[in-house]
Design a binder for this molecule. Sequence first.
Ligand SMILES: [Zn+2]
Length: 314
Amino acid sequence: MRSAPGTGKLRVAVGRLNGEFAAVPVVDCHVHLYPPEINRDPAGWAASAGEAHWARLCARQRADGTPVQGFPDVAGLLREMDSAGVDRAVLLGWYWERPESCVRQNRFFADCIRLHPDRLSAFAAIHPAAGAEALAEVLRARSEGLIGLGEMSPHSQGIDRDDASLAAILALAGELGLPVNLHVTDPVMKPYPGRVATPLSDFVHWAGQHANTRFILAHWAGGLDVTSLTNVWIDTAAAPLIYRTGAWIRAGRDVAVERVLFGSDYPLNLYPRTRAVADLGTFVQEVRSVGLSAEAQEWILGSNAAALFGWERK
Ligand SMILES: [Zn+2]
């Protein structure tokens, strides 16, 4: 049995378990972090690396001239986690256009989790077009301690729903016990620069085709009702931008509360109207203030992730 993750200073006291005072570590399941060469010059790096779509989404500015997100280094992320009361972050890769960008990010993530095993976990970036090399990269990432795949977006990568390489990757993820995080866009939300349509029926198809694979559908699954999908979880990433606080009414309605994972999309600025930069603590406080029961808050902020990833309580 692995020990419970997180030794952060700020923990949430939730009550007593087996006669002892228990604290559930707070886990952010959807965090993006980039290597130093990307942080130094995001747009320049994207131009030289052939990652124009990522640049449209992440290196752009809003109409008022403020950047949509920051580019913190590892130390900056850890400081933000400390101030927000987040014990552990799950670093997610990106749906890069180039397989070599995936490889670079995965080696960077391997370094991050080796240096901060008590605070950071990571998923691997994978490009299905790499074929056999993509499968080898899944195995390499797992051997380095990465615990899932994603954030993947076959739609953004130009991969068909029934692509054989994608199917092999999803099957391998199931065999290896690696959850797969998929980017989902709500079909009814208003367009934003770089938005790619992700038909919700495709996610239902993949979940059905790969019953042994556990899927995390990002961004509240784009509004999809997942209550009948037994191998599907959802994360809450970017919800304040997409749904304001309205998304929380879905917990228990369109998805069992036990399947909701707190995820922010940090360092995306979730509150551009009131915050100049990303502020993780505000989103944590939102979970605590929208009327969820204390038990539901505990599950969403940490216990559900611990159960999904096999982090048992002592
Ligand atoms: Zn996403």
